[in-house]
Design a protein around this ligand. Structure first.
Ligand code: GLY
Length: 411
């Protein structure tokens, strides 16, 4: 082995929250685990607002994703308690609920449709008049004409979550290789780790690609094997709420969101006084420029919802890349290349899906079995191109697990 190279049971490419939770769970199962990332703890979580919005962000045709989102939402309190204990670090989890409001007749019709869809899916949400919305959140504009109160959708602070996961990984013995993965290595028809950009290797029994929007760009991966994961840019603002009577409560007490002129805007008030306003949604490839237009639109829409926002100090502007798949759902599980696993494409729901992804990947890596909850989300649904694989390759569903048991078809 070249000096500086390492070998472990599991190599995770990508040290964002999905890669970190995968590594943490793998290490807890007794697997020696390496994370490859020049800046672990970075990625889209540095920008994300951290809404846990399974009910509010329900979309037509995404009922399967809803089930995964709800499963992860239900795990959040226990997940956070375990992670905070393991890391000694708070995650900013706040079970504060969400209020989705409408400003005009079109918005109200949109919200009414969402309410009907939520009811058809058995989800709880309560229709409120404009006055009832303002009674809950007095900073809302007089023009708010109605809204939906969703008590099950909460928030966490993704930056603190990432830090906590990093510390939990370190304490669980995860090794960090602070370099970029240059190429997947494939030996005898199986994934065998990655070559790093410093020329060394991170060899592994199982390799997990968890590199967000960059997942399908790694060299060495047989063409057609992975579903396309594309970047969708989101610009986000951070403001500071005034502190009164020892709390930050008077500005907003819960997440407030709306669709304004067809664009989604949300205001997420944290317990520490930060107010996050997001987010644009732009198909601009790898561009992460914060633009005057993006900032203007977010402030204009947020000002329509809660005019007082323009009085607050603006402390930060940033832009990140949501990793999106063709059906907006993540890809979790084995690939057609033996020993290559995938945990990527979480798009709008990366923070929400962190607990369930960690649990599913931990189980897959330790036993070869993907839990039922994640089986609808394997890359197989996009038809991994087996023709592109080395001839020694066996197809989906007949891959042998580490323990010699035939692995179940998982979608
Ligand atoms: N889930 C929030 C966003 O993607 O902007």
């Amino acid at each position: 082995m070249r000096a500086g190279s390492t070998h472990s049971d599991v190599a995770v490419v990508g040290g964002g929250i999905i890669g970190l939770v995968t590594a943490w769970r793998a290490a807890q199962r007794g697997l020696s685990t390496t994370v490859i990332d020049p800046e672990p703890g970075g990625g889209a979580a540095r920008v994300a607002a951290g809404m846990l919005a399974a009910v509010t962000e329900l979309h037509y045709g995404e009922e399967a994703l809803l089930a995964l989102n709800l499963a992860s939402s239900a795990r959040y309190p226990d997940f956070v308690a375990e992670l905070e204990k393991a890391s000694g670090q708070e995650t900013g989890y706040r079970p504060c609920g969400t209020l989705a409001v409408a400003l005009d007749a079109d918005d109200r019709a949109h919200l009414r449709e969402l309410h009907a869809l939520q009811q058809r899916c058995g989800l709880e949400s309560q229709w409120l008049t404009g006055r009832e919305c303002r009674r809950l959140e007095p900073m809302l504009a007089p023009s708010v004409r109605g809204g939906l109160r969703i008590d099950a959708d909460h928030q966490t602070d993704p930056r603190r979550l990432a830090t906590a996961l990093l510390l939990a990984c370190e304490r669980a013995g995860v090794v960090f290789r602070r370099a970029a993965a240059a190429e997947l290595t494939v030996e005898r028809g199986r994934a065998a780790g990655v070559r790093l950009d410093d020329g060394t290797r991170a060899e592994a029994g199982q390799t997990v690609l968890a590199a967000g929007s960059w997942t399908s760009r790694l060299a060495g991966v047989p063409e057609g094997l992975l579903p396309p994961v594309r970047p969708v840019k989101g610009q986000v603002l951070r403001l500071r709420m005034p502190r009164r009577d020892g709390t930050y409560g008077p500005f907003l007490s819960r997440t407030v969101r709306a669709v304004v002129r067809g664009g989604s805007v949300y205001l997420v008030p944290r317990a520490n006084g930060e107010l996050v306003i997001g987010a644009t949604s732009e198909e601009l490839g790898w561009d992460t420029t914060v633009t005057a237009g993006g900032v203007y639109e977010l402030l204009r829409d947020a000002h329509e919802l809660a005019p007082g926002v323009t009085e607050l100090p603006l402390t930060e502007t940033s832009a990140g890349l949501r990793p999106a798949t063709p059906d907006n759902a993540p890809v979790i599980g084995p690939t057609a290349l033996p020993d290559l696993r995938l945990a990527a494409g979480h798009y709008r729901n990366g923070v929400l899906l962190t607990p369930v992804t960690g649990d599913a990947m931990g189980e897959l890596l330790a036993t070869g079995e993907l839990p039922e909850v994640a089986r609808a989300f394997t890359p197989e649904r996009f038809g991994g191109d087996e023709a592109a694989l080395p001839s020694a390759q066996v197809p989906y569903g007949s891959e042998q697990s580490k323990h010699g048991e035939p692995q179940e078809r998982s979608a």
